[in-house]
Design a protein around this ligand. Structure first.
Ligand code: E4P
Length: 217
């Protein structure tokens, strides 16, 4: 399972990249706003840190304007994935871009049939938003299970990118269901490393080691 960081904060991305476990980055207009930085500049910087896909989202709503924005974004670096919303114009844009060899991440997916359409449009990634789906009383993980089943039924290559991840259990469930990628805020990725029994074990081993009076090297 690939791990993407859902952030536009450079320091957080560098920090995670240093673990060797970061496979890509996703951004969205809200994250760019939060960063307080110039969109193109920050995406260029991220693409230079992470060799894997870096999603940059178009903000236009019609196909022609989406294509013009995508043209600007894809020139930034070879590892840019153009993020388009799951609308008719978004999928038309997805088809045109992927036919041309550009990676596309179809975002704001909330139903399995929407995911089916994105796969038919040749999407590189489909981003079902599990957290926002849970928020309105639906089961976000059931959506992932349904998409996995449909994609496997028809051998679609589109990668399921679990988005809107809110806690480590979302990551666990996504991995059990065979999702290809998950994107999460850095704070959640850091939480995955932690377990109280690991902390306790380190403390007690070190206490006993001190009693031996030995040193390594
Ligand atoms: C994915 O690409 C989105 O940027 C993201 O996961 C949205 O998450 P949120 O629902 O926490 O804003």
């Amino acid at each position: 399972m690939k791990f993407f960081a859902d952030t536009a904060e450079i320091a957080e991305i560098r920090d995670l990249a240093a673990t060797g476990l970061l496979d890509g980055v996703t951004t969205n207009p809200s994250l760019i706003h939060k960063s307080g930085r110039d969109f193109l500049e920050v995406v260029r910087e991220i693409a230079g840190i992470v060799p894997g896909p870096v999603s940059a989202e178009v903000v236009a709503l019609d196909h022609g304007s989406m294509m013009r924005e995508a043209e600007v974004l894809r020139k930034i670096a070879d590892n840019i994935a153009i993020k388009v919303p799951l609308t008719e114009d978004g999928l038309k844009t997805c088809k045109a871009l992927t036919s041309d060899g550009t990676m596309v991440n179809v975002t704001l997916c909330f139903s399995a049939v929407q995911a089916l359409l994105a796969a038919k449009a040749g999407a590189t990634f489909i981003s079902p938003f599990v957290g926002r789906h849970d928020d309105i009383g639906f089961d976000g993980m059931q959506l992932i299970a349904d998409i996995r089943l449909i994609y496997d039924n028809y051998d679609f290559d589109t990668q399921i990118l679990v988005a809107s991840v809110r806690h480590p259990v979302h990551v666990l469930e996504a991995a059990k269901l065979g999702a290809d990628v998950m994107t999460a805020p850095p704070k959640i990725i850091h939480q995955l490393f932690k377990h109280p029994l690991t902390e306790n074990g380190i403390k007690s081993f070190l206490a006993d080691w001190d009693k031996t009076g030995q040193k390594i090297g």
